[in-house]
Design a protein around this ligand. Structure first.
Ligand SMILES: [Zn+2]
Length: 288
């Protein structure tokens, strides 16, 4: 992999008490990210882990997503949040995106897929079933799947890896490995990424914030528990993440990247190594 960096596709402003441990009545708010990993492969093609919201939704969230969804999620979007816009600002072309790996198919994770005409969507069959169900499930938007030009079902036939029960080495080179991290949703993935700036585990929504896999305060948090589809599977996934967290502090495990943890996002690389760009992780949130 030639490069690996992270962009945020949205801001979510939520009550801290929903996502942090501690008293429920606290009135403070905090801003969550919507973290997308950008892998630049040696052939110049891009693989994204998740894709945020579409350019159209970022321009007009009420028209595209509806007032209810926007309010419920505390969603703040502006045109600059669109991943396609951010990639173009960094000098990439939307046609370079060859694949979007979906940690899961919720609207805040694959809504941006439609902006990439050459991208195949890689997701588990459970996620594709959930989004394609006739009766829409919470968080899934069938129109997002309808936009997919090509689909690849991720079959996790590889061995147990990093404490997760099954895996798939996407290109057979160990650089992008899909891991079974079920719980938040039925076919949820975590994605291990090994790039020049280090190893990262994009954990999607397996945990909302880093503390949920911590020691002392242990998750899942209130919202994670409330919205998961399988509480026992979520506990298993969190146990694997917790062990990784211990190994990470010992320097022997990838950095865990929850999709919505703004504090973690702020510590990540936000531009290609050779771009010379000064990465300002809050540049998008200022314009929200
Ligand atoms: Zn999410």
């Amino acid at each position: 992999m030639r490069d690996l960096f992270f962009l945020s596709a949205a801001d979510f402003v939520v009550r801290s008490s929903l996502v942090q441990p501690g008293p429920l009545f606290a009135k403070t708010r905090e801003t969550l990210s919507c973290t997308v990993a950008v892998c630049v492969r040696d052939d110049g093609s891009l693989v994204l882990v998740d894709a945020g919201f579409s350019e159209a939704a970022c321009r007009d969230p009420i028209q595209e997503l509806g007032c209810f969804t926007r309010r419920c999620l505390g969603l703040r979007l502006s045109p600059e949040h669109a991943i396609v816009h951010q990639l173009e600002a960094l000098g990439f072309d939307r046609g370079q995106v060859a694949a979007v790996v979906a940690t899961h198919c919720h609207l805040d994770h694959i809504g941006g897929l439609c902006d990439f005409p050459n991208a195949e969507l890689i997701a588990t069959s459970e996620e594709l079933k959930a989004i394609g169900d006739i009766a829409p499930r919470l968080g899934y938007r069938p129109t997002d799947l309808a936009q997919a030009q090509q689909l690849r079902i991720a079959q996790l036939t590889g061995p147990r890896h990093l404490g997760f029960p099954a895996s798939l080495d996407l290109f057979g080179d160990g650089e992008i490995t899909l891991l079974d991290a079920e719980g938040h949703s039925s076919g949820h993935l975590a994605v291990l990424l090994v790039g020049p700036s280090g190893a990262y585990l994009h954990a999607g929504d397996a945990l909302l914030l880093e503390w949920e896999a911590g020691q002392g305060f242990e998750g899942p948090g209130r919202v994670s528990r409330l919205i998961c589809t399988d509480a026992r599977a979520l506990d298993r996934t969190l146990e694997a993440l917790r062990q990784l967290g211990i190994d990470e502090s010992a320097g022997s495990a990838p950095r865990i990247v929850p999709a919505h943890d703004r504090r973690v996002f702020d510590t990540l690389p936000h531009a290609p190594l050779d771009s010379g760009a000064v990465s300002d992780p809050r540049s998008t949130s200022r314009s929200a």
